[in-house]
Design a protein around this ligand. Structure first.
Ligand code: GLN
Ligand code: ZN
Length: 770
């Protein structure tokens, strides 16, 4: 029988038990013991689920209260100096207080330290805490979490495979906190601690240890390549009788194939979802000592596996290597998919036919097991049935009229270059828009949302529960919108917004109104810490059956003589923050969404909305991991945005908005989006981000650099904002500048919002007078 290998399991709990326990602990509503108990129960349930599914290599140390990278930093004693006061309080260098202080900052008992920086884990929507490195930094084994969890499972009768992020990847995902060294050179200091970890696990009886080295599937330089061999030599000897599994995911090995197959390890795990065809070149290179673990069941998306397709690959590997050197596994950790499809009972938002195309973490375990049995050939009646059901589901997906809308496909294939191009160049548009709106220099605006107070959220919840009527709900939203318009008039903001009170979330709101979308009840995936997201599911051809935003935008515009911006989410962001189809290229799905957004843009324009903002905060994060693939992505992403925004009159002003983005290297592509105005988040970087707009390449259209941080309740002074605007003016010509906050205000309360915007308008007026 082929060995089955799971890389990692989601840990928030089927109903977000860990999130709730963490938050209760932070609010001091439960004790540390209670939190630890919840965690233990989740781990046990996860291990038992995997055991019952018949998985051979079950991960341990994949659990985390907050983030597995943070766990590792604490294990390695990589604790930045600013936390030293907490370290003293902690017994044996590790405590929940210290841990959560590094995760979330700490402000208590006269101690005031900031949290670690957070960034996206490769191209996922999971965020990890960035390790911080200093010159000559040393490491010291400071926690035995990896060992405790291995022993905990063992006591339950489950001999697990501990999972550790490898030392090279650990260094590469971190950041130098001072100049004068390269973090990869810390490897010599780091390795002894890894050796300790491995030998302790081996002594405890671990038979297999998974070493995650996703960088083996990414662009790495010659020096790093050379390092891989040396590092694994050392790890391998430290591991004694435990067998190492060098584990890659999220990309194909490509130019690192030779390096990877010749590492001194027992097994190599490859991602056969992202690197679909890598077996073709790889199998010939695999030495007779190496076992290959095939990641065929996708850890990043929620579709059922196509058994027939997977079996072809498995057969190809078995033919070359023999069944005893081929394992079947998940492509990556299942951290990135929801727990259990069986919990989904709402047929209105997730029709049975669509549900039959899906597999969540628990179902994916069963798929891995089925594939192992099917590949083995000695198939029992139940598995044979599963195979038939799998074929039927795949066939239904290929042909279902729920998915396939010929008129949508046709519209996408008919998109022309003209459809992706405004009629006139920016300069003439700007003149036409100026003639129409007559806005002052340093025009002021906001990014869209205003405070989503408890009341606003309660109205939405009450409407859903049916405790208030649609009329009552609409009346409440209308009042809130009107108040917000009046406030903006009073503040003398130039371009108003309606406030987005009717929206739950900037993607879900559109998904709910677009055809081709389904929604889950419990499809939560960890985003960072206790924060989970529930991405909507794009299963079919997307189109827009009716107006989505016209009603509230037109209503807001009817209340005032100042221009009100229409607010839309862009096609790439809608794509990025959903579970997407795997039966057509991402670009095709994006173009379908782009056409739906275009329809809405035109409907807004017709209803008298002449300034329309299309938010694209996720365009940068969609960038492929391998450099060679990036330009192609940028080309279609930018083109999709242009399709959504170009077919409008010259004097219709298109804005876009992007937060938390790095613009270096992509500034020309951002400019190619050709929005009349782009608003960006710049205040926390003290306008440094603006430099990308004013380097050798000068960004040609208008820019609204954020003048204050909306993530904090702190009210900035007029002087601070004047100061930032002067900095902006030093690099970007005044005629190009707008004045606005960094992002939407929905997480803020009203008092600080009013105060901050008042100061902001004052700052703009001061700049106008200069
Ligand atoms: N228009 C959205 C808002 O103001 C933009 C949110 C975002 O960029 N993340 O809330
Ligand atoms: Zn934003």
């Amino acid at each position: 029988m082929l060995i089955t290998n799971n890389l990692g399991y989601p840990r928030v709990g089927p109903f977000r038990e860990l999130k709730k326990a963490n938050e209760a602990y932070w609010a001091k509503k439960i004790s540390a013991e209670e939190l630890l108990q919840t965690a233990k129960e989740i781990r046990q349930a996860n291990w038992n689920t995997q055991k019952n599914a018949g998985i051979d290599l079950i991960p341990s140390n994949d659990f985390s209260f907050y983030d597995q990278v943070l766990d590792l930093s604490l294990t390695l004693g990589a604790i930045p100096a600013r936390y030293s006061s907490l370290l003293d309080k902690a017994d044996n260098g590790y405590s929940l207080d210290l841990y959560f202080a590094m995760a979330r900052g700490f402000q208590q008992d006269g101690i005031d330290v900031t949290a670690s920086e957070m960034t996206k884990w490769f191209d996922t929507n999971y965020h990890y805490m960035v390790p911080e490195f200093t010159k000559g930094q040393t490491f010291k084994l400071s926690s035995e979490k990896f060992l405790n969890e291995y022993n905990e499972a063992k006591a339950l009768g489950i001999d697990t495979k501990p999972v550790i992020i490898g030392p090279i990847t650990y260094l590469l995902i971190g950041k130098e906190k001072e100049t004068g060294f390269n973090r990869i050179d810390l490897i010599e200091n780091l390795l002894p601690v890894y050796e300790q970890i491995l030998s302790k696990l081996a002594d405890a009886g671990a038979k297999y240890i998974q070493i995650d080295e996703p960088y083996l599937a990414l662009d790495i330089d010659a020096k790093t390549k050379a390092l891989y061999n040396q590092v694994f030599e050392r790890l391998n000897s430290a591991a004694g009788n435990a067998k190492l599994i060098a584990t890659t995911y999220f990309e194909a090995l490509q130019d690192n194939e030779d390096l990877a197959v010749n590492l001194p390890v027992h097994a190599l795990h490859i991602d056969l979802v992202r690197g679909e065809n890598q077996l073709d070149t790889l199998l010939d290179k695999v030495p007779s000592s190496l076992t290959l673990s095939l990641g065929v069941v996708e850890g990043r998306n929620i579709w059922k596996n196509d058994y027939q397709k997977s079996l072809t690959k498995i057969q190809q590997a078995v033919n070359a290597l023999g069944a005893d050197r081929v394992w079947i596994g998940t492509s990556s950790s299942l951290l990135h998919v929801p727990f259990d499809l069986d919990s989904e009972k709402n047929e209105e938002t997730l029709p049975a036919e669509v549900k039959n195309w899906l597999a969540f973490a628990k179902q994916k375990l069963a798929e891995v097991k089925d594939l192992a049995i099917l590949a083995n050939g000695d198939v029992d009646a139940t598995t044979a049935q599963h195979f038939e059901a799998n074929k039927a589901a795949a066939e239904s997906r290929r042909t279902s009229p729920l998915i396939h809308r010929p008129e949508v496909k046709e519209r996408v294939s008919n998109i022309t270059d003209e459809d992706a191009q405004r009629t006139s160049p920016f300069a003439s548009r700007k003149a036409a828009q100026q003639a129409k709106f007559n806005l002052p220099s340093f025009a002021t605006t906001t990014i869209g949302s205003f405070p989503q107070t408890k009341d606003v959220r309660k109205w939405r919840a009450d409407l859903k529960k049916g405790t208030i009527t649609q009329e009552e709900y609409d009346k409440a939203i209308a009042e809130e919108t009107e108040n917000t318009i009046r406030l903006q008039e009073q503040l003398e903001i130039d371009v108003l917004v309606h406030g987005e009170f009717e929206r739950n979330d900037m993607v879900e709101y559109f998904g709910e109104q677009l055809a081709g979308y389904a929604f889950t009840q419990y499809g939560w995936v960890q985003s960072y810490g206790s924060r989970c997201v529930k991405p909507p599911v794009i299963y079919g051809d997307v189109y827009r059956p009716a107006d989505m935003t016209v009603r509230w935008s037109a209503y807001a515009q009817s209340l005032t003589n100042r221009p009100v911006k229409g607010m839309l989410t862009g096609p790439v962001t809608i794509l990025q923050w959903s579970f997407v189809r795997n039966d057509q290229p991402r670009s095709t799905t994006t173009y379908q969404i782009a056409l739906a957004i275009l329809d809405e843009v035109q409907a807004l324009e017709k209803s008298g909305i002449k300034i329309i903002q299309i938010d694209e905060p996720a365009i940068r994060e969609g960038l492929p991991l391998r450099k060679a693939d990036q330009q192609e992505y940028l080309n279609w992403a930018v083109r999709a945005f242009r399709v959504s925004s170009s077919n409008v009159a010259d004097d219709t002003q298109i804005h876009t908005h992007m937060c938390y983005s790095e613009f270096n290297n992509v500034i020309k592509d951002i400019a190619a989006m050709d929005a009349d105005v782009i608003t960006i988040e710049t205040s926390r970087s003290q306008m440094k981000l603006l430099n990308a707009f004013a380097g050798d390449f000068k960004y040609p259209n208008d820019i609204g650099p954020g003048v204050y941080d909306i993530h904090s309740p702190r009210v900035p002074s007029t002087e601070e904002m004047v100061d930032l605007l002067r900095k902006a003016k030093a690099v970007v010509p005044s005629e190009q500048l707008w004045v606005n906050p960094d992002c939407g205000l929905k997480t803020r309360a009203w008092p600080e919002t009013k105060a901050a915007l008042e100061s902001m308008v004052k700052a703009a007026k001061i700049l106008r007078a200069e």
